[in-house]
Design a protein around this ligand. Structure first.
Ligand code: NOJ
Ligand code: NOJ
Length: 520
C-alpha cells in the first residue's frame, strides 16, 4: 500500500510521467478485483504466508472477533444481556444494516462453535470465559423462551418460533418473517452438546446437589415442560409438520435445513430423554423422528437431479441451506443426507457451478475457460442461492457470502475424512457427475460401483485440495485486519453487508476444524 501510494505521489508531481505510466482504468467487471489483491501480490514476495500460514493466523483472529460479539465477555456486546450473541456489531450506520439483535439461529450455531472451543482445552483461561458465556447462554435461552413475542407465548409454546430478539432480551415487535422453526431445534442441539461436554469435564457434578440444579435447568422430565431443552423438544416434536419461514427469513414453506436440524434434535432428544429416565418422552421423540425421517425423501428432486431447499417453490432449490442442513443436521445418529452423501455432493456441484458463472469475481482472467474447464470443480465465491437479490442492506443483487464459501469447503473436507474412514468409494448414478467434476483427469477410469485404488486415492486428495481452493477465495477477500463481514462484492470483491458477522467467523472456524481433522 505504502509503495503504491509513493508511486502515485511521485506520479502526481510529474504530470507527464503519470500520463505515460498510468494506463487508463477501464471498467471490466470480469477482471475487477479489490485493489488489495494487487498490493498483496506486490508484497507477497516478502510476506504471503500461504494458505496454511494464513489459516493459522486467521483462526486466532476469528476466535477473538467472534468472542467480541458475545455478552457478557465481548467488547462489541457490552450493552447486550448476558448470554446474548449479537449477529454483528453493525447498528444501521450509513452503509450498514442493523444486525444488533440476537437471532436464535445465529446464537445457537455460534454457541455450538463455543462448545467445540471449550472442549479443545477445558481447563484453559479461555475456557473459563467460554463457560461464563455458555452458562449465560443457557439462562437467556430459558428467558427468551418465556418472553411473549409476536409469534406467541410460552404457554402454548408458539413463542418458541420467534426468530429474533432485541440485544437486551426484549421482544422484537416489528413485522418479520415469522415463525422460523429451525431455532428451537438448533438451540436444543447446542444445549445437548453443552450438557454432554460439561458432564465429561465435570463428572462429579452429575451426582452432587448443585449438579442437580445445573442439569434440571436443562432437562427435567416433568410436564408441562419447563426445562429449556425439553421445552424446545416439545416444540419441535409437535410442530415439525407445520410450515414456517426458511433460514434466510424470506419464504414460507417446508425447508430442508429446518427439517434436517429438527430431525437431529428429535433423535438426540430421544436419547437424552432415555438417559434422564423420561421414557414416555423418549418414545414420543423417537416416533416423531422416525416419521420426519420418512418424509425427508421429498426434498430429493429426481427431475432436477439435486436436493431442493424448499418444497413446491419457484426457485431452483439449489441453496447453501442444503449444505448447512447436512452439516448441522448430522450428528452421531443416522442421517438421511450427511455431508458426504451423493445427494448433497451433487447439489453442491449444482450450486457451485451456478455461482461460478453468476458472479464476475469468479471468472479468472488470464485463464480463459475451455469447455472442459467449465466442467471441473474449482474454488469460487459462493452465495446463498441463485435467485438471491439481498446485497446486505437492500435488494439490489446477491453476492457471495463468507459463511457459504466456508461451508462448501467444510463439506468437501468432511467428505474426504469420510472416505478415509470408510476406506472405499462407491460411485453411484447420482454422484457420478460430482466425481467427474472433481476428478477430470480420471474421467476414463470413473465407473459406477466401487472405485479402484487410483480413483479412490485421487478423490481423497482432491477433496482436500478443492476445499483449500474455497478457503483461498475466503483468504483473498478477507480484509487486512482479518475481519469477516457477511458478503463480499460480486464485482469488486470487497467486503460488504453487516461487518464482523458472528456466523461468518463460526463457519470459518468450523471449516478449519474439519480441515485439521483431515490432516491429523
Ligand atoms: C433481512 C433478512 O435477514 C435477509 O435474510 C433477507 O434476505 C433480507 N432481509 C431481505 O429480505
Ligand atoms: C440474514 C440471514 O439470512 C439470516 O440467516 C441470519 O439469521 C440473519 N441475517 C442474521 O445474521
Amino acid at each position: 500500500m505504502k509503495s503504491l501510494g509513493w508511486f502515485l505521489f511521485v506520479a502526481h508531481l510529474l504530470p507527464n510521467v503519470s500520463s505515460i505510466f498510468i494506463p487508463p482504468i477501464t471498467y471490466n467487471p470480469s477482471t475487477q478485483k479489490p485493489l488489495r489483491t494487487y498490493t498483496s501480490k506486490f508484497t507477497s514476495y516478502l510476506s504471503d504466508p500461504g494458505l496454511d500460514g494464513w489459516l493459522e493466523r486467521e483462526e486466532q483472529i476469528a476466535v477473538q472477533r467472534l468472542i467480541a460479539n458475545l455478552a457478557p465477555i465481548g467488547r462489541n456486546a457490552e450493552d447486550a444481556a448476558p448470554g446474548a450473541v449479537i449477529a454483528s456489531p453493525s447498528r444501521g450506520q450509513p452503509g450498514q444494516p442493523n444486525y444488533y439483535y440476537q437471532w436464535v439461529r445465529d446464537g445457537s450455531i455460534t454457541a455450538s462453535t463455543i462448545v467445540d472451543l471449550y472442549r479443545d482445552d477445558p481447563s484453559s483461561d479461555l475456557s473459563s470465559d467460554l463457560v461464563t458465556f455458555l452458562d449465560a447462554f443457557t439462562t437467556i435461552s430459558h428467558r427468551l423462551q418465556h418472553t411473549d413475542n409476536p409469534s406467541g407465548s410460552f404457554d402454548n409454546l408458539k413463542g418458541l418460533g420467534e426468530p429474533k430478539f432485541m440485544a437486551d432480551g426484549s421482544p422484537y415487535t416489528e413485522s418479520w418473517g415469522r415463525p422460523q422453526r429451525d431455532g428451537p431445534a438448533l438451540r436444543a442441539i447446542t444445549l445437548m452438546q453443552y450438557l454432554r461436554a460439561y458432564n465429561e469435564t465435570h463428572p462429579e457434578v452429575w451426582s452432587s446437589m448443585e449438579g442437580e440444579d445445573w442439569f434440571d435447568r436443562l432437562y427435567y422430565p416433568s410436564m408441562p415442560a419447563n426445562s429449556t431443552i425439553k421445552a424446545d423438544l416439545e416444540y419441535v416434536s409437535h410442530s415439525w409438520r407445520e410450515s414456517g419461514f426458511d433460514l434466510w427469513e424470506e419464504v414460507q414453506g417446508k425447508h430442508f435445513f429446518t427439517a434436517m436440524v429438527q430431525l437431529r434434535a428429535l433423535q438426540e432428544g430421544a436419547e437424552l430423554a432415555r438417559l434422564f429416565g423420561d421414557k414416555g418422552a423418549a418414545k414420543w421423540y423417537q416416533k416423531q423422528a422416525d416419521k420426519l425421517k420418512g418424509f425427508m425423501h421429498l426434498f430429493w428432486d429426481d427431475t432436477k437431479g439435486h436436493l431442493v431447499e424448499t418444497l413446491t417453490s419457484d426457485r431452483s432449490g439449489l441453496d447453501c441451506g442444503l449444505l448447512l442442513g447436512a452439516i448441522h443436521g448430522t450428528g452421531k445418529h443416522s442421517s438421511p443426507y450427511p455431508p458426504h452423501s451423493d445427494e448433497v455432493l451433487v447439489s453442491l456441484l449444482g450450486l457451485v457451478n451456478d455461482q461460478r458463472d453468476r458472479f464476475p469475481i469468479n471468472s479468472s482472467p488470464g485463464n480463459q475457460r475451455t469447455k472442459n474447464a467449465s466442467e471441473e470443480l474449482h474454488g469460487v465465491g459462493v452465495g446463498r442461492y441463485p435467485e438471491d437479490v439481498y446485497d446486505g442492506i437492500s435488494t439490489d443483487g446477491g453476492n457471495p457470502w463468507f459463511l457459504c464459501t466456508c461451508t462448501v469447503a467444510e463439506t468437501l473436507y468432511r467428505t474426504s475424512s469420510y472416505l478415509t474412514s470408510s476406506a472405499s468409494l462407491n460411485i453411484s448414478n447420482t454422484s457420478l457427475p460430482f466425481y467427474r467434476a472433481l476428478l477430470p483427469r480420471h474421467r476414463d477410469d470413473l465407473q459406477l460401483g466401487v472405485a479402484n485404488e487410483i480413483v479412490y486415492n485421487a478423490a481423497v486428495k482432491r477433496l482436500k485440495e478443492i476445499g483449500d481452493e474455497f478457503l483461498d477465495v475466503v483468504k483473498i477477500h478477507t480484509d487486512a485486519e482479518g475481519a469477516l463481514s457477511e458478503q463480499f462484492d460480486a464485482v469488486t470483491g470487497f467486503e460488504r453487508g453487516a461487518r464482523d458477522l458472528t456466523w461468518s467467523y463460526g463457519a470459518f472456524l468450523q471449516a478449519v476444524r474439519a480441515r485439521k481433522r483431515l490432516l491429523a
